[in-house]
Design a protein. Sequence first.
Length: 326
Amino acid sequence: MHPRRIDGVQSLEASRGTTLVAIGNFDGVHAGHRAVLGTARARARSDGLSLVVLSFDPHPAEVLGRGRQAVLTPLDRKIELLCRLDSELRIVVEPFTLELSSMSARGFVEDLLLGALGARIVVVGKNFRFGKGREGDLAQLESLGRELGFEACALELERDAGGPISSSRIRSAIVSGDLAEAERLLGRPHAVSGVVGKGAGRGRTIGVPTANVSGMVEAMPPDGVYACLVDRIQSDGSATRLGTGVANIGNRPTVGEGFALEVHVFDFDGDLYGARLRMHLVSRIRDVRKFDSLESLREQIRKDMETARAATAPRLPDPAAEGAWY
């Protein structure tokens, strides 16, 4: 667990009047989020406050029965990316429960924001809702701020020609296969992660060993073959570059098998069984299709590997990633 992650406000010492609290899900920690948090960081520093991000897990929609959607960044990854934005930022992950959802808007402010977090400034999105039945909105938060002695403010998300930069917009780009647009809005390639399990070993028999990855919770692009950058996630949550590679996402019609994410890491010959990998998807090479024979498949894979090597060759790791790709 990241050292600056705090699980629940009960684990945080009360520090009334000393924090700026930014509330949000921050899925993806995309360009819009970074701009908002940059402004919040500057304000916190100018007012002598410590910056705290308040997020909830699981997502309120899931607890309230409105369904679960794929994420851009799992919780641990989101926290890692948030912590890169400020060396002193703390992230409070409050468990979202039915009990919390039944708390009144005033109770949410008095008990959580003021009593536990010691908020002097509260930063939210303009569509922020809180309290039982989502009774509280920005206007009520501002009213409670005037009454109780804190400042409530809403910061607009960054916009471009396509509108506000949002997690849902990025998710739509990924699902439709527009990885370039997703990368532009995220500021890095979209990544999916999972654990390597036992496969059929068929790839090794044709000279292209693959790791069979499962357990992905991130938004998935359309089935296809992708050029990717591969990180190995260590047990402490840190990650290191494993290499570049090519990934097949989807069904495997040539061998008559179902869905899988199979990744071949170039110039790597180790055992990855049980390892947790993160694949940063750089570009889509082609559709998944059925081949007449394993020899035809082998020849196409060779072409895919050449294309993937060319697509990933210009990529340089992000220095902020401390040994990982991004």
